[in-house]
Design a protein around this ligand. Structure first.
Ligand SMILES: [Zn+2]
Length: 453
């Protein structure tokens, strides 16, 4: 072969869009140059993947790494390192919880610079849609934003106010003209206030809090958002849909012609409301974890192909904010990006044959994300010409995951002690190892900024 090969991954079971193949993967200058059996061994670096599975690098389209401004909550270096340990090769950071929030071009550029200094993986950035900033969407698009995120309820931080119908309509009208996607956190603020007031008078414990965030909040918000998306012709992405009823509401809009995609998170597939009761704060999130029958219903929607993407919604906070006698006052957010993908694969493997489960998860975690956010010319599949982003998995053993392994700034998470049948043994970002043998690769940060084509 004439081309010089930098990296050769030999003998793995490679999950490609065309199916699973036993093959070698050759990479040069950060790209996949060949996928075939028996490429040879002329390469600067050779990785033996026999007995292992190789999937396209996981693109986590939903994280909050909180830098700049709240790096003490997580930070890009620790967050992206933990993500790489969990198999992630890229992330899209949400516009809020960092300070300043990303609601204009200057704040987008500030975060881009911070991530270029610190990130272990590639990254894209969400812009924010808040009251009064529709005129900022175009500069943020030109600055490379992957889309614009709005909250339909209280976001938890004062500097990122929720978007009422008027704000959504103005933002979606603008985004549609710009050819951009709007993402919504779908819980209805007005109804949330009513339910919170009703329950608050009864107590402040975990079960009372769970009753204050019923699924009707999600359904009402999905109806509002899909109606406005339909009126304005805007592409809509509903983040962290928590219930099969929510999926059904979005599908109903899709049948009416609304361009809507559906994201869920591993915690809605792996945990339920009894885990919130058992674990407390580490399992508190918005929308809340649901009943066992809803969890299983969400799996059915996922396996039937109704769900488009799965993102971690990694949303940490300092331990002091995860402690209170009043469950309503505890920060809502699950820290999950390091363990959630291995555990999601574990659960999927228990339900379907390995190669069927992996091919589908690879679409949900990478291919569909890349297509929806228009980065599929370089990412999302194992194919010649694309970035050499690889998640290499060992499915042969079993282990108990532990919060002791966590590389987050704060070792908190809801998965301590769970059994995993999937282990990320290596994560490769554009041909370069970002994580292997239980350690984030030493050396300078190497994350590239990804922008939609
Ligand atoms: Zn989030």
């Amino acid at each position: 072969m004439s081309e010089r090969i930098d990296l050769l991954v030999r003998g793995g079971t490679v999950i490609t869009p065309a199916g699973a193949v036993r093959a070698d993967i050759a990479a040069a200058a950060g790209r996949i140059v060949r996928i075939a059996a028996g490429i040879g061994d002329e390469a600067s670096e050779v990785i033996d993947a026999s007995g292992l599975h190789v999937i396209a690098g996981i693109i986590d389209s939903h994280v909050h790494f909180n830098e700049p401004g709240r790096t003490e909550w997580e930070g890009i270096e620790t967050g992206s390192g933990a993500l790489a340990a969990g198999g992630g090769t890229a992330f899209f950071d949400m516009p809020l919880n960092s300070l300043p929030p990303v609601t204009d071009l200057a704040s987008l550029q500030l975060k881009r610079a911070a991530a270029e200094r610190a990130s272990r993986t590639d990254f894209g950035l969400w812009g924010g849609l808040v009251p009064g900033n529709a005129h900022q969407l175009e500069p943020m698009r030109d600055g490379g934003a992957v889309g614009f995120k709005a909250f339909m309820c209280n976001s938890g931080v004062d500097e990122f106010p929720s978007a009422d119908a008027r704000t959504l309509r103005a933002g979606m009208t603008r985004a549609a003209a710009l050819g951009m996607i709007v993402a919504v956190h779908a819980e209805d603020e007005a109804l949330a206030r009513v339910r919170a007031a009703e329950q608050r008078s009864k107590g402040s414990d975990v079960r009372t809090w769970l009753r204050s965030r019923p699924v009707e909040l999600e359904l009402l918000a999905i109806r509002t958002a899909t109606d406005i998306a339909g009126e304005t012709g805007c592409a809509l992405h509903i983040v962290h849909v928590s219930s099969p009823e929510g999926v059904a509401a979005a599908l109903e809009a899709r049948r009416r012609g609304v361009d809507v995609s559906i994201e869920t998170c591993p915690h809605y597939l792996l945990l339920g409301e009894e885990d919130v009761v058992r674990l407390g704060a580490p399992a508190k999130c918005f929308p809340p974890l649901r009943s066992e029958s809803q969890r299983l219903g969400l799996w059915r929607e996922l396996e039937s192909g109704s769900v488009d993407t799965v993102g971690s919604d990694h949303s940490p906070a300092p331990p002091a904010m995860k402690r209170s006698e009043d469950f309503f006052a505890i920060w809502g957010g699950v820290s999950g990006c390091q363990h959630c993908f291995e555990l999601l694969i574990t659960e999927a493997l228990a339900r379907r044959p390995a190669e069927v489960a992996l091919a589908h998860l690879s679409a949900l975690l990478s291919g569909n994300v890349a297509r929806r956010f228009r980065i599929d010319k370089s990412k999302g599949r194992l194919a010649e010409g694309l970035d050499a982003d690889l998640t290499i998995l060992d499915l042969r053993g079993e282990r108990r995951v532990s919060n002791e392994e966590l590389l987050y700034r704060h070792r908190q998470g809801p998965y301590d002690g769970r059994t995993s049948r999937a282990r990320v043994v290596r994560t490769v970002v554009r041909g370069r190892t970002a994580f292997a043998q239980g350690r984030v690769a030493p050396g300078p940060a190497c994350g590239h900024f990804i922008r939609p084509s």
